[in-house]
Every structure is written in structure tokens, then in C-alpha cells.
Design a protein around this ligand. Structure first.
Ligand code: RM4
Ligand code: MN
Ligand code: MN
Length: 397
């Protein structure tokens, strides 16, 4: 092997060693659309099953040590569920990751949660966020990741400006309850379930709210939560510049919040986002960028889809790290459009799969995680065990 090849392998191996991405507990559960749900025998319905599945993904990919939890779905008894959670962490070698409050399922949230015109309902919603922060303290989770369903369906039916004020108050209260090492991530989404106006509809609104709430509040970018043709990497660059980027929910989309597997529709877009992040300045843990997956595997096998996603993320991250940034800067400065673009695209078109396979083998992982999953028989075994009981279907419309 040439010296330059050895150096390249070393760089690759370090890049992949450092790359971790959080998987969502709900990616292993039965989900669907508002039109129906197709139940899978292997789907997880208990917290233990979700931990077991997460451990299988981590065993195969070496990149997923933490699992994101949704409070109502995974910890319905709140703090009371922590002893069980701790035991599962020990047993499966997977840690609890971000904690996601659920402000979208209870009947009282019909007209909103933190932005509900009824002060008593707003109070209940704030209390749920405060409880979620306490849960995060108990699990040792840095991030509490907030997404609201709030909005309205018809013009004139709500005061948009009153609701901004209520939201500011609620987020300030939440921020005040954070521990010194905790963050509040504020997610945005243009529509759904509200169809006319959504209270936190874009990154500008999230940025304002994060600044208002306090320094430990940051913006969460869910790649599925943008209008068609929106330039997400530019948003990412702005959030980096302003020090407000808290993390990502990665997935792919064609039409709206489709929650398809990462890179399945437009891998170049993820590459372009990753390019902005490869050299992202990090001043400390509170400025870290959380890489999380937020997907709903309605038709694909849950574990297969998750492994496929993680492997795709590793490959795209590796491609983005191959961009010769010094040379790119020279081309950019000289306004040499074609040279810059060819260098950039060249990294994207590089087949990094052999490099990734070499890294896996050097780390005692299966060279092809998807093939190893198929050969290992895990999915068949859990399908037999879990399929025997009546399954519950969570709502994720
Ligand atoms: C939302 C949003 C949140 C996720 C819920 C289930 O659209 O993406 O992050 O927790 O779905
Ligand atoms: Mn999300
Ligand atoms: Mn979503």
C-alpha cells in the first residue's frame, strides 16, 4: 500500500470512529399514516424490545450508542420508569438519548399546547415539558427536544401574535428549569397537523424563540420539515454562523413530512448538509450538534430500515469528509465555478463503500451490516416471539 493510501485509510477510520447518530425508539414501533397502519410481527411495542432492537443496530453498525425516547410512548409513568430504563441501559449497552415531550396526543391539545388560548391548558403543557426536563436529568440526557403541533386551520380563527407571546413565556419557563449541562432543542415544521398557520413554522421562528428562551436553547433542523426546493444547507450554514444549531432529525422526503429513510430520495442534499458540518466549530458540549434520525418505517422492516439509514449516513459523512477543503477554498476565491463544483461533486461520486467495509472489518464489525442482519436471523426470531401476542399500534399520523 502506498503511504498516501495508508494516510487516507487512517483518516477514514478516524472519521468513522467519531461518527455517531442517535436512533429513535419510534422507528422500531408500528406506525403508519392517517389512512391506516400495516402491522409488522417484528415491530417493538415495549421499551425493552426497543432497546433490544437498538442494540442489534449498534452491534451491526458500531455507530448508534444512544436511543431517542418519546415520553408518552416510552416512559408513560415518567420518573417512575427510570429504574427500568437504567436496567435496560445496563443489559443492552445502549444509553437513553434525547428526551422528546409529547404535546400532540392528549385531547386537551385540540387547539394547541403551549400556545393554547386557555391558560390552564398552557400550564399543563408547560408542566409536561418541565416533567420531561426532570426525566432528562434522571436519565442523564443532555437534550430535551421539543416539537409542537400548535397552529390553526382557518384564517382569522386565532391571534397569531398572542400565541407568539405565550410561546415565549413557556420556553423561558422551560429554559429556567434546565440543568447547566442541558439544552432545549426547538424544532420547526411548516404545517401538519395545523393546515393554515403553524406557531413554529420555520428556522427564523425557532431562532427567535431560542434567543428569547436563553443560551441553552438551540434550533433543531428536521430535514423533512421544509418546503419543496428550500435550500436546507444554507439554513444550516446560517445556524452555524449564529451559534444556534443544536442538532438534526435526519430523514428524507419527496412531498412533505414523509419520514422516509435518509438519502433515499436525495442523497446529494444530505451530502451538502454534511459538507457544512464537517468542519463545524464546536465550542463545547452545549454547542455540540446532535445527529439524530427521525423516521417512520411504515412499510420497510424496522430494523432493516434503521441499519440501512445508519450505513447511508456513514457513507455520506465519509464522502463529505473527502472534500479537499483547502483546494476548494482556492477555487472559491478564484471564482472558478467548474473546478469548485467538480471537486465538490467528485467527493460525492466517490464510491466509499470499500473504505467503509475496510473500517468495519478493522473494528470487528460485519463488512456488510445489511447482509449480516439478514443472515443473523434476529428479525425472524423476534417476529416469531413478538408476533404471537396481540400488537398495539401507536399513533404516528
Ligand atoms: C413530528 C416531529 C417530531 C416527532 C414527531 C413524532 O413531525 O418530526 O420530531 O417527534 O413528529
Ligand atoms: Mn422530527
Ligand atoms: Mn416530522
Amino acid at each position: 500500500m502506498k503511504t498516501s493510501d495508508i494516510a487516507m485509510y487512517e483518516r477514514t477510520f478516524q472519521t468513522l470512529d467519531a461518527f455517531k447518530i442517535e436512533i429513535p425508539s419510534w422507528g422500531f414501533a408500528n406506525t403508519g399514516t392517517r389512512f391506516g397502519k400495516f402491522v409488522q410481527a417484528a415491530a417493538a411495542s415495549t421499551l425493552e424490545e426497543k432497546f433490544a432492537d437498538a442494540a442489534e443496530v449498534n452491534r451491526l453498525t458500531g455507530a448508534t450508542p444512544t436511543i431517542a425516547l418519546h415520553v408518552l410512548w416510552d416512559l408513560p409513568n415518567g420518573i417512575g420508569d427510570i429504574p427500568q430504563l437504567r436496567a435496560l441501559e445496563q443489559q443492552y449497552g445502549i444509553r437513553a438519548g434525547s428526551i422528546n415531550p409529547n404535546l400532540f396526543q392528549d385531547q386537551q391539545y385540540k387547539f394547541g399546547s403551549l400556545c393554547n388560548p386557555d391558560a390552564a391548558i398552557r400550564r399543563q403543557a408547560v408542566d409536561h415539558v418541565l416533567d420531561s426536563i426532570e426525566i432528562a436529568k434522571a436519565t442523564g440526557s443532555r437534550d430535551v427536544s421539543l416539537w409542537l403541533p400548535d397552529g390553526s386551520n382557518y384564517p382569522g380563527s386565532q391571534s397569531i401574535r398572542n400565541r407568539i407571546g405565550w410561546l415565549e413565556d413557556a420556553l423561558c419557563a422551560a429554559h429556567a428549569a434546565l440543568g447547566p449541562d442541558q439544552r432545549l432543542l426547538i424544532e420547526y415544521k411548516p404545517f401538519e397537523p395545523a393546515f393554515y398557520h403553524t406557531d413554529i413554522a420555520d428556522w427564523g421562528m425557532s431562532s427567535h424563540l431560542a434567543r428569547t428562551a436563553g443560551p441553552q436553547a438551540k434550533v433543531l433542523v428536521d430535514t423533512g420539515h421544509h418546503y419543496n426546493a428550500q435550500n436546507i444547507e444554507q439554513i444550516v450554514a446560517w445556524l452555524l454562523h449564529t451559534g444556534l444549531l443544536g442538532g438534526f432529525h435526519f430523514n428524507d422526503r419527496r412531498y412533505a413530512d414523509d419520514d422516509l429513510t435518509l438519502g433515499s430520495i436525495d442523497p446529494y442534499q444530505i451530502f451538502r448538509i454534511f459538507h457544512e458540518l464537517v468542519d463545524a466549530p464546536e465550542k463545547g458540549p452545549l454547542d455540540a450538534i446532535a445527529f439524530m434520525i427521525d423516521q417512520s418505517h411504515n412499510l420497510k422492516g424496522k430494523i432493516e430500515a434503521t441499519v440501512q439509514t445508519v450505513v447511508t449516513a456513514q457513507e455520506l459523512w465519509l464522502k463529505a469528509s473527502l472534500v479537499d477543503r483547502e483546494l476548494l477554498a482556492v477555487h472559491q476565491q478564484a471564482c472558478d465555478i467548474v473546478a469548485a463544483e467538480e471537486l465538490f461533486r467528485g467527493a460525492f461520486w466517490t464510491d466509499v463503500r470499500p473504505l467503509a467495509a475496510a473500517w468495519r472489518e478493522s473494528r470487528g464489525l460485519a463488512a456488510d451490516p445489511l447482509a449480516a442482519l439478514r443472515e443473523g436471523g434476529y428479525v425472524e426470531r423476534i417476529a416469531r416471539e413478538r408476533g404471537a401476542r396481540k400488537s398495539t399500534v401507536s399513533s404516528y399520523a
